[in-house]
Ligand binder design. Structure first.
Ligand code: ZN
Length: 242
């Protein structure tokens, strides 16, 4: 099975459509690692679009906040404003769909979690130390996470040595190492100083993983964000990938 791996769409329909077009014909099913909404201008449209495909989706901390499962005061002020706007904007159908999503799931030989296997909604795996702590919280060989908006592959060389590999794009890599934690990066709000939308392709027969990046018309998303009075900092950061 060829799987399109996406995460952290954050209601950026332009980025999502660009990713789907870029990977067209190269996948059979979508696995989405959460945060479909929050920050961006198109929460209903993104949820409607993903529902048109055979897919599995997780819920992330922004999805939880919109549903009222998290206290928004734990978010920064701009993110809170975006959450409030999203709450007012989503339809009953979008809400009902988000309500159904789990935050982690096991699909042998993969564990999927929005943030981390240890804390599926909250923890940021940004470094090898945090990755090392997390390898004992899943039983499968591989764990796929999102949440940080930074694409990376952590390899457990042995219990004391975790190596972080930065992605090489457009080159399928063989998943032969015993244990990995892999983050495809963010579709709708990259934070690795590269503003291009990030995603990955996973082939579960060949057991290959391929990191991908694609440019999308950022100004189109920004224009809609301005129209809806989403905070300027959230609008500007898209063009810097930060
Ligand atoms: Zn996110």
């Amino acid at each position: 099975m060829r799987i399109l791996i996406i995460s952290d769409i954050h209601a950026n329909l332009t980025a999502l459509e660009t990713v789907l077009a870029h990977a067209q014909g190269q996948w059979d099913k979508i696995w989405c690692l959460g945060d479909l909404v929050g920050y961006g201008p198109d929460p209903n449209e993104c949820v409607q679009l993903i529902q048109q495909f055979d897919h599995i989706a997780l819920s992330g901390n922004h999805d939880w906040a919109v549903l009222g499962r998290l206290d928004v005061t734990t978010f920064n002020r701009d993110a809170q404003i975006a959450i409030e706007w999203t709450r007012k904007t989503i339809t009953a159908e979008t809400r009902a769909y988000l309500e159904t999503l789990p935050s982690s799931i096991t699909l042998e030989p993969f564990t999927l979690a929005h943030a981390s296997p240890r804390q599926p909604v909250w923890e940021y795996i940004l470094d090898s130390y945090t990755a090392a702590m997390n390898f004992s919280y899943f039983d499968t060989p591989y764990c796929l996470v999102g949440h940080t908006h930074v694409p990376v592959l952590f390899e457990e060389v042995d219990i004391t040595q975790i190596v972080a590999h930065t992605p090489i794009y457009d080159v399928p890599i063989q998943l032969e190492k015993p244990r990995l934690i892999i983050n495809p990066g963010s579709v709708g709000q990259p934070r690795d100083a590269d503003p291009r939308a990030a995603y990955a392709l996973l082939d579960t027969d060949a057991m290959t993983w391929e990191f991908r990046r694609v440019r999308y018309p950022i100004s189109e998303t920004q224009e809609r964000m301005r129209k809806f009075d989403i905070p300027p900092r959230l609008i500007q950061r898209l063009e810097y990938g930060l």
